[in-house]
Write a protein that binds this ligand. Sequence first.
Ligand code: ADP
Ligand code: ZN
Length: 729
Amino acid sequence: MAEFFDEGGRVSVLTTQGIDRLLTYRAPEGGCWEGAFVEVPLGPRMVMGVVWGPGEQGFDASKLRAVIRVLDVPPMRAEMAEFLTRVGDYTLTPMNFMLRLATRAPGLTNPPSMRKIYRLGHNEPDRKTEARERVLEVLESQAHSAFTLKELAEEAGVTSSVVKGLVKLGAVEEEESPRDLPFPHLDYTAPGKALTGDQAAAAGALRDGVRSGTFGATLLRGVTGSGKTEVYLEAVAECLAQGRQALVLLPEIALTSEFLKRVEERFGAKPAEWHSGVTMTERRRVWRMVAEGGAQMVIGARSALFLPFRDIGLIVVDEEHDNSYKQEDGVLYSARDMSVLRGSINGAQVVLASATPSLETWANAQAGKYNRLDLTSRFGPAVLPEMRTIDMRQEDLPGNRWISPTLATAVRGRIDEGEQALIFLNRRGYAPVTVCRACGHQIGCDHCDARMVEHRFLKRLVCHQCGETKPMPEACPSCEAEGKLAPVGPGVERMAEEVAETFPDARVAVLSSDLFASARALKAQIELIAAGGADIIIGTQIVAKGHNFPKLTLVGVIDADLGLQGSDLRAAERTFQLIRQVAGRAGRGDVSGLALLQTFQPEHPVIRAILSGDEEGFWKAEASERQAAGVPPYGRLAGIVISAPDLDAAMNLGTALARADGPIVQIGAQVFGPAPAPIARIRGRHRVRLLVKAPKTAPLQTALRKWLASVDLRGDIRLSVDIDPQSFY
Ligand code: ADP
Ligand code: ZN
């Protein structure tokens, strides 16, 4: 039960400001509830905060300032406060950062009001300029979204007078609208597709879980195209029927449009959307409606997990193995793991869906902590593609070519039949390395210990660490020889060149996240490909994620060995997942698919596991290796990164920490390092890593807190802690 504080009583307030403690104020006129969003004075400013509990009694009452007002938004629920606290404890994140994560909607402090919004009108403009076309395009492609003048002009890249001009012509309509309208009702009684036996059994189990109104986690495993989405939409329907809210997390915004369409077909309207592509106005509406119950369903990126749901009954994490669920910036949390936490606090069901689950989730299912549901076959006539290796040691290929004769013949065969082929290479840009043929110098980033990647499309060299770019120099920066710089190795752009030379008559489309200025342009390219507008697709890992290309029947993996190098503990798991996912793109229609993997080590156990399709076998082998090594999911890791402009400063702090490892040793854990990080310098900061390895059940966070409490971050030294790290750069 939330506590009520009478006017003048003492309350503690959590703010989003950079002070890591609660501040005591007097309750405002009329009093306030625990959980209320309030405005409080802080120094000379007014800031937003949440009433967290009773205030401290120690101070002189006359020195206390009063809460200015209670904001007109639903108070934070106790479950949300608990969730934020536990995520903060788990990730060692100060609470003010947690509150920021939970209030990422602008204008929450503004009163509800009317404002002008813009929609597609009924008239065609008499004269179509390019700018006008862009405005109409934006409105057509996001018909369900409300735009303010500023947002529409920005999204279309035009001045606001272009929009105003269209309003005069009746091509765009301007209307007064209350902010924050509820979302259209989703009709959960509409029947879904007729399910197959497997699907019906899985859907039944999920529906039962949701109906129980209690927490439970389920791994929903099934090959791509087996109908996982159909099945979990049944669970969504059940959840809505219970009057509770459903959240579906997707790893990639480019996937949302296809998914929105399916939801609309199923429930008669679109759900709320929450991701970086959503306008600020719309964000505010989503945040409020989720809190008030005016949004039954949200689909979104990982941060949607921190929306203030009134009553969440179901969380689906689609493609749960995907790396992008781990936030690598700011608050380092795993949306997959935190979904399970949120579900357990809220009495909600959590569904983790994947064709190639993470080893963590697989192990939790093995241990009986999660239920497991399997869909074993593809829906309809589509069968899984056949997979074969191409032994590159046997192929006759000049040094600057990457498509083997065997693969080329296969591609030719498919496109002659009017089918599509996908050439997969998980490397953006033209060439990963630029080397001087006179002196051997490789062009690196000035701020990072990383080589710069040539992007011919952008006509620049790009650092994939810090984003720094520079034009390709004429002369070698080291020996000054002119005209000697040469690209080494392939990226997707270079593959496009080779494909164009090898198949001059083919229509080629490249799919790489950096080639598109906006999510919309990327979406358009995906739709073009799906409609058969390309014969050969060249793609990075973005193609592995759930897009449906019915004409695609052949997948050629240029370098199946790429992910196997490197010391990352998940290298094998990632390669296995990625290649199985990519291969799964082939043959979703009625023609069976083929996946060809170019490799120099066809006898490598991971390559063999991919081919045999013995997933259980692969996981068991991988699990026993990890168990023996005591690493996740059978042990726990925490990564510590110390960075500073000065290498010695970072190293000294690392060494001091390693020496003071008492609290870590006490729980049976070990500290490794300090060592220069694999990428030893980023944006001009030197980076030093330590790794803490602990037994599975050790109280890792408590020990880390004790250990790090002694750290004095003087000057420009930064320290970040990554619990359950996914990447080790
Ligand atoms: P997954 O999520 O496992 O990749 P989907 O749910 O997207 O699989 O299903 C793949 C395709 O098959 C989709 O176009 C879907 O509409 C269709 N499909 C799956 N199950 C059925 C069914 N029982 N009846 C009709 N179509 C189905
Ligand atoms: Zn850089």
